[in-house]
Structure formats: structure tokens, C-alpha cells
Design a protein around this ligand. Structure first.
Ligand code: ADP
Ligand code: MG
Length: 386
């Protein structure tokens, strides 16, 4: 049983994963004197030098997850690729686990996730599940093939336009095959839900993808959509957490198609890249809200602090290796409304997420102008080239 609304050293919170999401969670935790302990496979992880206790360990190993968490009050995640068995074992031994291991198990597998949407009448693109290759053209072409497990950040997802593509590039592994949606906009809604069923929904954001790297490269908040569509997107996100009886914070990715329909693409059971701007742009950030859900304390107001906000990831340049060099950072620092976040990673690699920049302003033109300027002037190079 979780101790009643406590902060400070007597409440022990464990986080599986010590990357940038964990780092920003620690920033939030400090304000409430919540003390976070972290496990990550790398002792170079951004959280390693910032946490009350750092354990280097395999997140996918039952025993290491169990040993890390067994004396803690509550364990949460900043990445969903963790040992669900380890989390179940923790739960059985009386440790509170948020989100629930069964929900993480569904979300880890893109196939189970799609099936969950379908079984719960949550609109999503048509799909079939396949075990391996074979005839994968029954949905027509083009199709999007996604590995059920093992993909991350755009890896493991591919569009197949022709029969030849299927033959040459089709994954011969358990996959989801989805009808390709004619996407007008990619939207995101973050929603938090606590053990007593209270919910908090963030305003809708819009992602802009860079097709070259298939990682979200910039995002605007609020999304440029009408109020009805925004309300529908929020309602859909809420319906996912309600259908699952989810506890914690969930990021819901949606497509608005060319006919104006909203479809749920996928969800993440944790804080998300699409919510980084909430640190400066909303009254309560996704990291604050996640911790509040985990600890069981009242949610904060998530309304917007600025008329417009934008966020771009700072990715390593195509040929960057070695120690990171942030070219153009001093210009960015001197621009009004520009808020850099560097994740403290000791090594840069091509397209590695090294940080992000949030821009806030009184109108979207100002924000987009600044984002374009930053895109041209700022880059993360390395001390070595390949
Ligand atoms: N059914 C689909 N139709 C069209 N584009 C899609 C479809 N599914 C995914 N995509 C595109 O691929 C991107 C990555 O897919 P996603 O399922 O979000 O996987 P991940 O984020 O794990 O890489 C999406 O953001 C979208 O741009
Ligand atoms: Mg995605």
C-alpha cells in the first residue's frame, strides 16, 4: 500500500529507463521533493549523475527489474521496453507499479495494441496481423508494415507501395499490416489518469515529420484544427485510457485523414516527445502530471500559458560522432521565447536525440518563424567525423 501523500526520502520512487524522459521527470520531481531512483543499461545514461540511486541493469531481465524495485514504494517507466514479468513480480510482492504491467504488455506489442483498439471500438486504420511473410496484399496497396515488437522511433515501420516492395523489403516477421491512411495531420493528445479514475487531458498538438529521419522533428501547440476536431481528438484519447482502465500518463497519437476522420494510430504508456513543450507552454507539464499520477496526488491545470508554442528535436548531424558540439547555441539562447534543453548525452551519433528546443510566443507565425530560423542556424556536430 502506498504511503499517504508523502514526499521526501521516505517515499521511494523507481524509474525504469534513464534517458531524457527520466531526466525531465527528475526536474519535476525536485519541485515536490520526490526522490527518484533509476535503472538503465548504460552508466552513461542522462539520469545516471542526477538521481538518488542509479543502478546499471538490463531493463528486460526479470531478476534485475525485480531486484531494482523490490524495496521501493512505487515503480514507473520512461520506456515501455521493459520486463513485464519483472514488474508483475514486483506487484505480487506489494510494490505499486504504474502503469500496470498488463497494460505495458499490450502496448509493447503493436499487434495487441491494434487488436485492443478494434475490440473496444476505438477508430483505427484497418489492419491484419501476420506471423511472417507470405501473401500480405489482402488490404490492397499501399500498406504500412510494422513489426509487432522490437521497433522504436520509426525503426520497424515501413510503407510498401508495390508488389515488388513487398517481395524485396517486406519484413518476414510477426507484423501488423495496416491500410495506409491518407493523412492530413498527425495529432497528439496526452492524457493522465490516476487510481481513482480522475483524468486530465492536455490540449491537442500537431506533429510535423521529417521523412528523411522518420523522427518527429517539430511540433506545434495548439494544433491548427477547429475546436470540434480538437474536442473529438481529446475525447478519443480519453476513451483509450477509460477502455483500458489505465493508470498513469498516456500519449495518444492520432491521424486526421483527408476526409476529416480521426483514427488512433498508437499509444505510449509514458511521457512522450510530443509533450516536451508542456514544460514551458502549459501550467503543468507532462512530467509533473506523470509523477502526480504515479504518486497519487492531485493533478495540476494543464491549460496553455502562451497563445502558441513549438518544439523541435535537436538531432545529431548526419556525420557527427564523439563529444557533442552545439553549433549556433549562443544565437538560440539570445532569442526571446526560445528555451533550449540539452540532455547531457556524452556522445553524439547521427540523428541521435541530443536535446530539444521549445519556442513560446504570442502567435503561431512568431513561433514558426523562430523554428525555421533555429532549423537553419542550430546543429549538433561532434568532436569526430566518421
Ligand atoms: N496506417 C498508416 N498510414 C499512413 N502512415 C502511417 C500509418 N501508420 C504509421 N504511419 C506513419 O509512420 C509513422 C510511424 O508509425 P508509428 O506507428 O507511429 O510507429 P513508431 O512511432 O513506433 O515509429 C507515423 O507517425 C506515420 O507518419
Ligand atoms: Mg509513433
Amino acid at each position: 500500500m502506498l504511503k499517504n501523500l508523502q514526499t521526501g526520502p521516505s517515499l521511494r520512487i523507481g524509474v525504469l529507463g534513464g534517458g531524457q524522459l527520466g531526466l525531465m521527470m527528475i526536474q519535476s520531481a525536485i519541485n515536490l521533493d520526490l526522490r527518484v531512483e533509476v535503472m538503465d543499461p548504460s552508466n552513461q545514461a542522462p539520469c545516471a549523475r542526477l538521481t538518488h540511486r542509479f543502478v546499471q541493469g538490463d531493463l528486460n531481465n526479470v531478476e534485475s527489474v525485480y531486484q531494482f524495485g523490490k524495496d521501493l514504494d512505487v515503480v514507473t517507466i520512461e520506456i515501455e521496453h521493459v520486463s513485464v514479468e519483472g514488474l508483475r513480480k514486483l506487484e505480487q510482492s506489494g510494490v505499486k507499479v504504474v502503469p500496470k504491467p498488463d497494460h505495458i504488455a499490450i502496448i509493447q506489442d503493436k499487434g495487441l495494441q491494434k487488436q485492443f483498439f478494434k475490440d473496444n471500438q476505438i477508430p483505427t486504420s484497418d489492419f491484419i496481423l501476420i506471423e511472417s511473410g507470405g501473401d500480405i496484399s489482402s488490404l490492397g496497396l499501399p500498406i504500412v508494415q510494422k513489426l509487432r515488437t522490437g521497433g522504436y522511433d520509426g525503426r520497424g515501420v515501413q510503407i510498401l507501395k508495390t508488389t515488388n516492395d513487398i517481395l524485396e523489403r517486406g519484413f518476414v516477421e510477426a507484423s501488423v499490416l495496416e491500410k495506409a491512411v491518407d493523412i492530413d495531420k498527425e495529432l497528439g493528445v496526452i492524457v493522465a489518469r490516476n487510481a481513482s479514475g480522475k483524468t486530465s487531458i492536455f490540449p491537442v498538438v500537431e506533429s510535423v515529420f521529417d521523412p528523411k529521419v522518420n523522427l518527429v522533428s517539430s511540433l506545434i501547440s495548439p494544433a491548427n484544427i477547429d475546436v470540434d476536431t480538437a474536442a473529438k481528438a481529446q475525447k478519443l484519447a480519453l476513451s483509450v485510457v477509460e477502455a483500458m482502465d489505465f493508470e498513469g500518463l498516456m500519449a495518444v497519437e492520432l491521424f486526421l485523414d483527408a476526409d476529416g476522420n480521426l483514427l488512433v494510430n498508437e499509444v505510449a504508456p509514458r511521457t512522450h516527445n510530443s509533450g516536451h513543450h508542456t514544460i514551458e507552454a502549459n501550467r503543468t507539464s507532462q512530467f509533473d502530471q506523470h509523477l502526480r499520477a504515479v504518486v497519487g496526488i492531485p493533478f495540476g491545470d494543464v491549460s496553455l500559458l502562451h497563445n502558441a508554442a513549438g518544439m523541435m528535436n535537436l538531432l545529431g548531424s548526419a556525420d557527427a560522432f564523439g563529444a557533442p558540439v552545439y553549433d549556433g547555441l549562443s544565437e538560440a539562447l539570445s532569442m526571446p521565447g526560445v528555451h533550449p534543453h540539452l540532455y547531457g548525452k556524452s556522445e553524439v551519433k547521427p540523428y541521435r536525440k541530443m536535446g530539444h528546443i521549445t519556442v513560446t510566443g504570442s502567435d503561431m507565425n512568431f513561433v514558426q518563424e523562430k523554428l525555421l530560423k533555429l532549423r537553419d542556424s542550430l546543429c549538433v556536430n561532434g568532436s569526430k567525423k566518421k
